[in-house]
Ligand binder design. Structure first.
Ligand code: SAH
Length: 346
């Protein structure tokens, strides 16, 4: 038995053709799965009884087990999701002005070992399957339906949950195909999907060639010494190589790469850092998201003061970088950037 959420529409067409079934049925099946949110093949009443039986003999349709939902006072909701092997991941549903953004996980744990990140503490357990990435999104839309909210209001996806998406490259790209399937799939516009990486250079380049989604890079430092201290991945792919891959990243003319920069008191928050950041990013089509460090028990790092943060931002703006300070949402339920770590919850 295979999980049908592992299949792109193309895969499903091939599977059907192999069985001598007309491939356009794949579109109907996708519509049932992703738009009508069917839980069983019997519900797919515009397919013949025989086809429904064939499908049920080969595939299963399953949701992730929603173990807990935590609701923040700002409306952000964190889902603790149980996988078939009893591992846990988290997804975060963030209400924006007129839509929702879902922050999804790509791995159980993470191997990047970034010093500031809570997910790193538990080490790496495994990659998520395509179906586990897809189910986070499909289930979040189902959750909205049950709350009486239009599921298409969930229009934006960010791969900024647990894990390093580019370290799970094959499954990521396959999942992105299903996410952006415009006919009958989840129908996300690729302009509204963002993959965030700690900076895996070869996969960054490949992502630009394979997909049209947005790229975000967690930069977090302006010199190799500090960056390597914060993010061991920098040893393998130092700033020069990383920024060159960004400068040549294949994207649509008006697109920009988002550079995430956590501001940590006394580590990377000086005026000198801000000026170096300007110098590094001027050759790249970029926008900067400053993220004040979210403090947590497993780290001695501190967040700079409001004044230090706004001074840093001002230096960037004065030199014509596009930059914002990201408002932290959901930090009261440990749902903010870098706070996701399922083990804390059960
Ligand atoms: N592995 C990917 C995606 C997950 S991390 C990546 O590195 O981009 C998502 C974002 O959260 C990253 O930009 C990371 O730098 C940030 N982050 C991690 N821990 C944080 C913390 N304690 N406070 C603020 N941001 C944090």
């Amino acid at each position: 038995m295979e999980n049908i959420l592992d299949f792109t529409k193309e895969d499903l067409c091939h599977w059907l053709e192999d069985k001598g079934i007309r491939p356009f049925r794949a579109g109907q099946i996708f519509k049932w799965l992703y738009i009508r949110q069917a839980d069983a093949f019997e519900q797919m009443t515009d397919l013949s009884k025989e086809l429904r039986r064939t499908l049920a003999d080969h595939f299963y349709i399953r949701r992730l087990i929603l173990d807990k939902t935590l609701v923040s006072c700002d409306g952000t909701e964190k889902f603790l999701l149980k996988l078939e092997d009893m591992q846990y991941i988290e997804a975060v549903l963030i209400p924006e002005k007129d839509h929702f953004t879902l922050c999804v996980s790509s791995q159980v744990g993470c191997a990047q070992n970034c010093r500031f990140c809570l997910t790193a503490q538990g080490g790496f357990i495994r990659n998520l399957e395509v179906c586990e990435i897809i189910a986070q999104i499909r289930d979040a839309r189902y959750y909205l339906i049950r709350k009486g909210v239009d599921p298409l209001k969930l229009s934006n996806i960010v791969f900024m949950g647990m894990g390093e998406p580019l370290a799970n490259y094959k499954n990521l790209v396959k999942a992105l195909k299903i996410i952006t399937d415009s006919d009958y799939g989840l129908k996300f516009s690729d302009r509204r999907v963002t993959v965030s990486t700690s900076g895996l250079v070869p996969e960054i380049t490949q992502l630009g060639l394979d997909t049209g989604v947005n790229l975000a890079v967690s930069l977090n430092a302006t010199c190799d010494e500090t960056r390597t201290r914060l993010m061991p991945v920098n040893k393998k792919y130092p700033l020069k190589r990383l920024l060159e891959a960004c400068r040549t990243f294949n994207m649509k003319p008006r697109n920009k790469i988002t550079f995430e920069y956590i501001l940590i008191k006394g580590v990377n928050d000086t005026g000198k850092d801000a000026l170096r950041l300007v110098k590094l990013l001027t050759p790249v089509k970029s926008k900067v998201n400053l993220i004040p460090f979210n403090e947590h028990v497993k780290s001695d790092f501190k967040r700079p003061s409001k004044k230090e943060i706004s001074d840093f931002l001002q230096i960037l703006l004065d030199r014509d970088l596009t930059a914002i300070t990201r408002k932290s949402k959901g930090d009261d339920i440990l749902a903010a950037c870098g706070q996701l770590k399922a083990k804390l919850i059960p």
